[in-house]
Design a protein around this ligand. Structure first.
Ligand code: DLL
Length: 424
């Protein structure tokens, strides 16, 4: 299996050296945030820990955990760890509560982002000069610009399409012979749909890099078959520095390689905060080792995953692998005593022949009692009974719902909203 490295020596660095590097970088970043930002210093002082206490990699556990709140409360600039004249770019996520989180970048941070993202492109098989069509939004969302910075570093021919105008999108990819298509998962589905309506195909397209939403294996299969490409699952978030910073799967498709020279990962039980063993699902906690402007420290991501392996992969990379993200902790739905994630519903729906790629999960609360409806799009051969039966097998109960004709549910160009909460 070909390695397809961007930075071979670092991607294949022996584990012992990698851990030594992480330790040094951890010491440096703790020192940096402690000296440069009052909020971090007060937090560490209150926890009775300072830079001198970090003597080994394991000492990361002595540090206090943080979460989105610290970033929201410090809006807009209070958590910056460099003077503002060092900032060259920013991105922002609005989050579910609407309080924004701002992520600033110094020139070195932009290089770090570009390197992480370039590794992802190369890992997916991109070579210099390949045309890449970038469809996430170029703006406050980190998706478009992150993929752009990485493509510059990897020497790709950039088609900065952004989302929308999907017919033009398909024509552009065809005319410019795009080999790589990147996007938010649900936009990949939209492209397939429009391509079919237009009666077009994209014979030069070989690689798809999609993320920003939890997507099930059967959804990956649909995207891969619909576009006739190999699909890669890319991960990252505003707080860690954007798309690609946390890695992607390689051609072995056996978990996502996380760039451990730049990040320390822990997986914890979200209820107790205790670390769980490898193989156990928990909340991912991330420490950014190499970012200057705003490195997160033991940041609770609210994303659920597990460590699959710390062994060297068949692609030659030594950076650990995590499972594709199950979903966010707050995405978990509890109805009739059953806990499940939207991704499980998606996996089941996409496994039913004739069911389309758009669906809605509607959680209704009437007099404090929750019920769930699942609406799908499907061809005429699919009945509501078939959908209910399949969901009963996965979830243990059968949600009611409606079957709409294909095209009957709304489409989005950014992240899709799949779950709707309603109160009577
Ligand atoms: O969604 C970064 C990104 C852009 C990733 C384009 C991939 C492609 P945020 O808007 O800050 O950043 O949202 C981050 O999205 O905490 C996860 O819950 C979710 N997420 C991101 N990538 C994946 C993925 C971008 N591959 C939040 N699988 C994260 C599942 C993902 N969930």
């Amino acid at each position: 299996m070909k390695g397809n490295y961007y930075n071979e020596s670092m991607e294949t660095v022996p584990r012992r050296e990698l851990e030594e590097l992480q330790k040094k970088r951890l010491q440096a970043v703790v020192d940096h945030v402690y000296r440069s930002n009052r909020i971090y210093r007060d937090l560490f002082d209150a926890h009775g820990v300072g830079p001198d206490d970090i003597k080994s990699l394991e000492d990361v556990r002595k540090l206090p955990m943080t979460n989105k709140e610290i970033l929201r409360e410090s809006y807009p600039l209070a958590l910056f760890c460099v003077p503002r004249d060092k900032i060259r770019e920013m991105h922002m996520s609005s989050g579910s509560t609407g309080t924004p989180v701002i992520m600033p970048y110094t020139p070195a941070d932009l290089e770090q982002w570009a390197e992480c993202m370039a590794r992802c492109y190369c890992m997916a098989g991109a070579s210099q000069g390949d045309a890449v069509q970038i469809t996430p939004l170029f703006g406050l969302f980190n998706g478009g610009f992150g993929m752009y910075h990485g493509a510059r570093a990897a020497g790709l021919f950039i088609i900065p399409a952004g989302p929308g105008n999907t017919q033009r999108q398909v024509r552009l990819a065809r005319d410019l012979k795009a080999r790589i298509l990147t996007g938010v998962v649900s936009y990949g589905l939209r492209i397939i749909e429009v391509m079919e309506e237009m009666g077009e195909s994209l014979p030069d397209l070989e690689i798809g890099i999609f993320g920003a939403e939890a997507f099930s294996e059967s959804m990956k299969k649909r995207v891969s078959e619909g576009l006739g490409i190999e699909v890669f699952d890319i991960y990252g978030m505003t707080e860690t520095g954007g798309v690609g910073t946390l890695g992607q799967d390689c051609s072995a498709h056996d978990g996502l390689h996380v760039w451990e020279d730049h990040y320390i990962l822990e997986v914890i039980d979200p209820r107790t905060g205790e670390e769980v063993e490898d193989g156990q699902v928990g909340e991912l906690v991330v420490t950014a080792l190499t970012r200057e402007a705003l490195p997160v420290i033991r940041f609770r991501t609210a994303d659920l995953t597990k460590v699959i392996s710390r062994e060297k992969c068949e692609c030659g990379r030594t950076h650990l692998r995590i499972a594709p993200i199950t979903g966010r902790i707050d995405d978990m739905i509890i109805v009739k005593g059953v806990n499940f994630f939207p991704k499980q519903v998606e996996q089941t729906l996409m496994g039913i022949p004739g069911v389309g790629s758009n669906y809605q999960i509607i959680v209704e609360e009437i007099d404090g009692v929750k019920d769930v409806r699942v609406n799908v799009e499907a061809g005429p051969e699919v009945t509501g009974f078939m959908v209910e039966k399949a969901l009963k097998e996965t979830l243990g109960f059968s949600p009611k719902g409606d079957v709409y004709p294909i095209g009957g549910l709304p489409r989005t160009e950014g992240k899709a909203q799949r779950v709707f909460h309603k109160k009577a």
